[in-house]
Design a protein around this ligand. Structure first.
Ligand code: GUN
Ligand code: ZN
Length: 428
């Protein structure tokens, strides 16, 4: 058994539905006990179990907290972060599609995959739902790199068969077969899961969506990962392409919506669509940084939650401009502020950890520091920069400590990353 002694903070419940003061545990001087890949105990140091263990003394300047969960991002778009000007559809055509076409080259995919997982880990993201490109080989490379790092990843080959350059189009049959091959190889292999990944309705013919639905019927516990109602022009385009249905109905018609479906954005959903998503259990990945960068709109977080839809937080690289979940929390805060809603740090930290795990149906296994769960945690260095040190020292409460981190910390704060009881990244 291993014991870590330091400050500990973990969400343990949903502050949107229970009293936020009861939604977490915090110990100034606490312990985390780990046996193999599992957490066996969390508590105040004075209550530490008297068993022989290897003790790591971290002291009051290290905060132990669950790993961050990024519920939506695109690995191949890392190299085009900050490609500016224009809204979603212009951005896709001008920058995104040419960038993704480069992933026909396996060497390019290998290079980006290495940097991609380095970046996630250096930012404390230990679990993520990831888009690849249409390329089977490149997608395989992302799976291999995730496995090599011991990362908890859900990845899928992008499926698309219209409204993109020819180099990024496939036939529904090809898309089905290549996706199926990858799914059979990777789904539920160790910490890895597969997501059936039709890019979004506008790049899908009905036949492609049918192929995706066929896969979902064959493998009901696979994930479905796509986009919905990010941008008003996109919504209008979907109405033109599929005149007889609302956006959410398009996916529903092909059996693509259940509690393992995660749709990014949902900024412009109608009441009927929200009701349908809630009924199906479909999750929304809220990506505030991306919504601001592309000028997509302001997500109605409370209304979406009150409609009964589970929401996680995502960076949406490369429309999002950073892999940092601190920035995701900070931007989520600001997007609600301008709409007259103030989220507390408990709400934000929940969305970035346990809430994200819940959105990915992984909350029984990860997302919080609780006995029985996988030992997926971070050590944050509260002295990582002079500013973080000053802000943390002056913090008047745990709430204030977390707020300071959300708005001042960057990747330098992440000292060690542990997944399933293994040290997977370290700055020390
Ligand atoms: N909708 C369809 N594809 C994409 C993409 O790559 N990024 C974003 N933000 N939205 C999309
Ligand atoms: Zn996206």
């Amino acid at each position: 058994m291993r014991l870590f002694r330091g400050r500990i903070f973990s969400p343990i419940a949903d502050p949107f539905t229970v009293d936020p003061a009861r939604s977490y545990v915090y110990y100034d001087d606490g312990y985390l006990a780990v046996d193999g890949d599992r957490i066996t105990g969390v508590g105040a140091w004075r209550d530490v179990p008297k068993q022989s263990s290897t003790l790591t003394q971290l002291g009051p300047d290290v905060l132990i907290t669950p790993g961050f969960v990024d519920t939506h991002l695109h690995a191949p778009q890392l190299e085009m972060i900050g490609s500016y000007g224009g809204d979603l559809l212009e951005w896709l055509n001008r920058y995104t599609f040419p960038t993704e076409a480069k992933f026909s080259d396996p060497k390019h995919a290998e290079m980006v995959a290495r940097i991609f997982f380095d970046e996630l880990l250096r930012n404390g993201t230990l679990c993520a739902l990831i888009f690849s490109t249409i390329h089977e080989r490149a997608t395989g490379t992302f799976f291999e790199e995730a496995e090599r790092r011991g990362f908890r990843a859900i990845i899928g080959k992008t499926m698309m068969d219209r409204n993109a350059p020819p180099a990024l189009l496939e036939t529904p049959k090809q898309s089905y077969e290549e996706s199926r091959t990858l799914l059979q190889k990777w789904h539920k292999r160790g910490l890895i899961r597969y997501a059936i990944t039709p890019r979004f309705a506008p790049t899908s013919t009905p036949e492609l969506l049918e192929a995706a639905g066929q896969l979902k019927r064959e493998f009901p516990d696979a994930y479905v990962h796509s986009h919905i109602s990010e941008n008003r022009n996109e919504v209008q385009w979907v109405h033109d392409l599929f005149p007889e249905a609302e956006y959410a109905d398009v996916y529903d018609r092909y059996g693509l919506l259940d509690e393992r479906s995660v749709l990014a954005h949902g900024v412009h959903l109608t009441e009927e669509e929200l009701e349908l998503l809630a009924h199906r259990g479909t999750r929304i990945a809220h990506c505030p940084n991306s919504n601001l960068f592309l000028g997509s709109g302001l997500f109605k977080l409370h209304h979406t939650l009150e409609s009964g839809v589970v929401v996680g937080l995502g960076t949406d690289i490369g429309a999002g401009t950073t892999p940092s979940m601190f920035t995701a929390m900070s931007d989520a805060y600001k997007v609600q502020q301008v709409q007259g809603v103030s989220l507390t740090p408990f709400h934000l930290w929940y969305l970035a950890s346990l809430g994200g795990a819940r959105a990915l149906s992984l909350d029984a296994e990860s997302g919080s520091l609780e006995a029985g769960k996988s030992a997926d945690f971070l050590q944050l260095d509260l002295k990582s920069t002079p500013l973080v040190a000053l802000r943390s020292e002056r913090a008047s409460s745990v709430e204030d400590l977390l707020a300071g981190l959300i708005f001042t910390a960057d990747d330098r704060v992440v000292r060690e990353c542990w997944i399933a009881g293994q040290l997977v990244a370290s700055r020390t």
